[in-house]
Design a protein around this ligand. Structure first.
Ligand code: SF4
Length: 409
């Protein structure tokens, strides 16, 4: 096992990776989830129990994590980190008289919330997706082996072929006998996080049969049906706003122009911890191209408006560059409620749409007009059933429940 802080390329020098020998491996890139950024909270976690060594990595958030941790502690479990992954570790140990996959099945009955897990023993690689499939997990093939990943673009990168997504509530076990699948007894209704398509996933990923790039273009086309301010240009906030801006431009016939240049060496701003760091990060990350936007009426397309602070900075930068009018178009509905399933979209009091009405938000960000894509418009951007997404941050429909000890944040 090896853990380090920083971007993956910095944290994992090649000579170090070359030293990690074996025929099964798992890895994890940590997303700011509110727990302290210490190495003890970094995953995978490794442990020894009745049946040998196991390593485990988890993406998501449990709604009954604190209660389970307390119950386990009362019964003698010891915790060494704040990571929720340790709850899985202790439950697996508690069910240690069963084979690993059966122990994991029992864990799934105890655990509520959103999770995609990869678990590795000395002989098995196991993948699990929560009963609603809120967090994505896909399965690929590489030569004679199998690969599990949160996003299918990771498979492309290493030359693996996407086989399919792990189904909600499914456990896939890969060992020397090949691939086996178990469905849990937990009732499942598919509800993949719609924010994966709006912002989180890379556009070249495919989740549950929908290519993110195509879904984002459709969101732009839907928005063109709902909002048509008079303008000269369509400009995206790169990168997640780009496919939707292309879709909007295609639907309206307005020219698409890249009026904001992105510095590709700076990370995502919305997951950065403090407001001060976020403010500086916006300026480091984006720079307007004066020749494209000066004197123009611009339709500015972004994927979402969470705190509103990033949009405010971008609009101010564009104004300073001499843009005549800025019409802000958002390819998602107003984010009104917090996410309890592993996306750090802020406490309710920090969500701009929960604090201000449309006009108040427009004034706050400094745009000439502001339009959000409706929830129906968003759902109509997808093929097939519209009832297979988590949309709780827009409508409070928390399919996997809310934290049991939850107080309105
Ligand atoms: S509440 Fe929003 S961000 Fe969280 S899982 Fe649901 S759709 Fe995704």
């Amino acid at each position: 096992m090896y853990k380090n802080k920083g971007l993956v390329a910095e944290a994992f020098p090649e000579e170090l990776l070359n030293r990690l020998k074996g025929q099964i491996a798992i890895g994890h890139v940590r997303f700011g989830d509110g727990t302290p950024p210490s190495l003890s909270n970094a995953q995978p976690l490794t442990f020894n129990y009745l049946r040998g060594s196991v390593a485990l990595a988890h993406n998501g958030k449990l709604v009954n994590g604190p209660e389970l941790r307390h119950r386990l502690a009362v019964n003698g479990s010891i915790f060494q980190s704040d990571s929720e992954a340790e709850i899985f570790v202790n439950l697996i140990a508690r069910y240690g008289q069963n084979p690993l996959e059966e122990a994991l099945l029992k864990c799934m009955i105890d655990i509520k919330g959103a999770y995609a897990l990869v678990v590795m023993s000395e002989k098995q690689l196991i993948g699990i997706r929560d009963p609603n499939g809120i967090r994505p997990l896909c399965l690929g093939k590489l030569d004679d082996g199998y690969v599990l990943a949160s996003e299918s673009c990771a498979l492309d990168t290493i030359g693996a072929t996407l086989i399919r997504d792990v189904e909600p509530g499914e456990i896939v076990v890969i060992d020397e006998k090949g691939l086996r699948s178990f469905k849990t007894m937990v009732p499942s209704r598919r509800a993949v996080c719609i924010f994966e398509y709006i912002y989180l996933a890379r556009p070249d990923s495919t989740i549950d049969g929908e290519t993110v790039n195509i879904a984002r273009r459709e969101m732009g086309k839907q928005l063109a049906r709902e909002a048509r301010p008079e303008a000269d240009l369509v400009v995206p906030v790169p990168d997640s706003g780009t496919p939707a801006a292309i879709g909007y431009a295609e639907a309206t016939g307005l020219p698409f122009r890249e009026g904001l240049m992105k510095n590709r060496y700076i990370g995502r701003t919305f997951i950065r911890p403090s407001q001060k760091i976020r403010d500086v990060a916006v300026r480091l990350k984006l720079n307007p191209i004066r020749e494209i936007v000066e004197g123009k009426r611009v339709i500015l397309v972004d994927d979402s408006l969470v705190r509103g602070t990033t949009s405010k900075k971008i609009i101010q930068m564009l104004r300073n560059t001499g843009v005549k009018e800025i019409h802000m178009l958002i390819t998602s509905p107003p984010v009104l409620y917090p996410c309890y399933y592993g996306v750090d979209t802020s406490a309710r009091e920090d969500l701009i749409a929960a604090c201000y009405d449309l006009e108040g938000t427009r004034k706050y960000i400094g745009a000439d007009s502001l339009h959000y894509l409706s929830l129906d418009g968003l759902l109509n951007s997808f093929k097939g059933s519209k009832d297979r997404f988590c949309t709780a941050c827009f409508n409070a429909d928390y399919i996997a429940g809310k934290p049991e000890s939850h107080n309105e944040r």
